[in-house]
Design a protein around this ligand. Structure first.
Ligand SMILES: Nc1ncnc2c1ncn2[C@@H]1O[C@H](COP(=O)(O)OP(=O)(O)O)[C@@H](O)[C@H]1O
Ligand SMILES: C[C@@](O)(CCOP(=O)(O)O)CC(=O)O
Length: 566
């Protein structure tokens, strides 16, 4: 995986992509069958059987045959957090960002050919808009010198193409207040630029319905995750992707991720102007990356960290809006006034990232060891202290840290720009209260007891573990009440999970279920209530709960870090 022209850029096109990928009814693409050939019975439109029709039809009825519509499908992509190194990264140091389990989900359904429209349904931002496909500025995008292909690397937006789509953007929500219109126009711009670049006038009419469990504008990469979804969906539609399937070679997984990432970066540029490319890279590839930008005229260095462990993570949103630019300017100002001191703090943050990177990439690294987790946790605490010294925390972030520190449940830091936004807590493997002999999770945590963590857990009997788990949930529940009472929003999520995922066709199978599977249609998707409803209906998270009765099959991911099954 590489980002927008940075390291490990692949060749222009690989032979595997010259053949359109094909799909089986379970979403695994194989060379033998096309999506339409293998459309599950429950998804195929109610068309008469062709053979019967040919025998019984009178010549007058033998008009142009309809071809079956493509089945609806879904894509999903995660948000991200910066685990180590924010702000220092602006000054040339490395940082580490990881995917989180909060995700955007995009449902694509198809209309009959006679309906020459493309529609966006983005209820999270109360946006809905339909364009006539024939009214879109296809000519501008297909002019020689302007035309881009799915395998191209696009590192800047073309002002002429932006100007060409502007009238189509201006049609969107003309009566909405300026602040809302800005949000709608950013999403519409991202969609139209990608659609006009990747699709064609002949693209089947379709509806893109998007819902996300990622808070918008809280530094969690919501915009990158929707750009990844749009890019992946359109590349799927033009059959420029292969897989994902279980024994796909890692290089091929990376090539698909890279292709999606490149176009997601274009979508991000439409929303952000000048993004670093990190958010879309993490969202496309999942897991975590180390990134560093020494020279602003060059793309950042981005190194995938496939060894980053999938850790449980507590994410708390202050609901305090903040501006990344303001927080970055605060640090620049501090550098002016106290150059040496500030340099030292930024260097120390750089060392935090380096230290984490060294551990994560050391040959003997054991992601399940408590000692490793403790080491990574301590780095989280140190990183937060250094960010406080830079003046980019906020009383609300400090309040969250204080409340969580009192439970002793994990290691907490602000994430992203600070000045509001979110805090993250890497959870300890066992509730500290249990290990310290307390049954009440709200006592003041004694950090010196950490030394005994590993040894006491090795002795845990099954019943203690299950009591510990119950206690952990009890602490988390009471923590949730406390945080919510103070106006904060808590999410329990996971760090370093999968990147972009595909559900083709949009049917989920639950284990033990009879035949068929649950078809996800547009209306069902729109009706799902809140984060929980979305996750219950289409969530990808349960694909990993192998021993749970709720195991769900359908979502597929490119996982270059997994050894293909024999
Ligand atoms: N769920 C969503 N539906 C539609 N558009 C979205 C959604 N989430 C994010 N966006 C787009 O991304 C923009 C948010 O980007 P930004 O303010 O940078 O937040 P973040 O830090 O979460 O990426 C929104 O203005 C909107 O255009
Ligand atoms: C403060 C900074 O290091 C991270 C900002 O992250 P976010 O905007 O909160 O996602 C700025 C940057 O890297 O561009």
């Amino acid at each position: 995986m590489a980002t927008n022209g940075s390291i490990r850029r692949k060749g222009k096109d690989a032979p595997t992509f010259l053949q359109p990928p094909r799909t089986s009814s379970h979403g695994t693409q194989t060379p033998e069958s096309s999506p339409v050939d293998t459309m599950p019975a429950q998804l195929s439109p109610q068309l008469p059987d062709v053979a019967t029709m040919e025998k019984t039809s009178t010549p007058a009825l033998l008009r142009k045959k309809s071809s079956p519509m493509m089945p609806p499908f879904m894509v999903s992509a995660p948000g991200k957090v910066i685990v180590y190194g924010e702000h220092a990264v602006v000054h040339g140091k490395a940082a580490i960002a990881a995917a989180i389990a909060l995700r955007s989900y995009l449902h694509v359904s198809f209309l009959s050919k006679s309906n020459r429209t493309v529609k966006l349904r983005f209820p999270d931002i109360q946006m809905e808009h339909t364009w006539n496909i024939d009214d879109l500025p296809w000519d501008s995008f297909s002019q020689s010198g302007k035309k881009k292909y799915y395998y191209d690397l696009v590192t800047s937006l073309d002002p002429d193409l932006l100007a060409a789509i502007q009238p189509c953007i201006d049609e969107v929500s003309p009566k909405a207040p300026e602040s809302i219109r800005k949000i709608h126009h950013a999403s519409a711009c991202s969609f139209l630029y990608l659609f006009l670049s990747l699709a064609s006038r002949k693209t089947p009419p379709c509806v893109y319905t998007l819902r996300s469990t990622i808070p918008i504008g809280a530094g969690l990469g919501s915009s990158a995750s929707i750009s990844v979804c749009l890019s992946a969906a359109m590349l799927m539609q033009i059959r420029a992707l292969s897989g994902p399937h279980q024994d796909q070679p890692p290089q091929e997984c990376e090539l698909n991720i890279e292709r999606i990432n490149r176009w997601a970066f274009v979508g991000e540029m439409c929303i952000h102007g000048n993004p670093s490319g990190v958010d879309n890279t993490v969202s496309s590839g999942g897991k975590a990356v180390l990134f560093q930008r020494r020279d602003y005229d060059k793309p950042p260095l981005v190194i995938p960290l496939h060894s980053f462990p999938e850790l449980p993570l507590l994410l708390v949103n202050t609901r305090q809006s903040r501006s990344t630019a303001t927080e970055v300017a605060k640090v620049a100002n501090l550098l002016n006034v106290h150059p040496e001191l500030t340099e030292n703090i930024l260097n120390a943050i750089g060392l935090v990232t380096e230290s984490a990177h060294k551990l994560l990439t050391s040959p003997g690294f054991d992601p399940t060891s408590h000692a490793s987790l403790k080491y990574l946790g301590e780095l989280v605490t140190i990183n937060h202290g250094l960010l406080v010294s830079l003046g980019v925390s906020h009383p609300k972030l400090e309040r969250i840290r204080e409340i969580i520190d009192h439970t002793g449940i994990g290691w907490t830091k602000l994430t992203g720009a600070g000045g509001g936004g979110c805090a993250i807590t890497i959870l300890k493997p066992q509730p500290p209260a249990l290990m310290n002999g307390h049954a009440n999770g709200t006592h003041h945590h004694d950090s010196s007891s950490d030394e005994s963590d590993a040894s006491s857990e090795i002795d845990c009997s099954a019943s203690i573990i299950s009591n510990g788990t119950k206690l952990k949930y009890k602490i988390l529940d009471s923590l949730e009440v406390k945080l919510e009472n103070e106006g904060f929003e808590k999410f329990e999520t996971t760090l370093a999970g999968d990147g972009v995922g595909i559900l083709w066709p949009a049917v989920l199978h639950n284990v033990n279920e009879e035949e068929g599977g649950e078809e996800i249609d547009q209306e069902k998707f729109l009706k799902a209530e809140g984060v929980e409803g979305i996750e219950r209906l289409v969530g990808v998270a349960s694909t990993r709960r192998k021993h749970d009765r709720e195991v769900r099959e359908g979502w597929k991911f490119w996982r270059p870090w997994e050894v293909p099954e024999r």
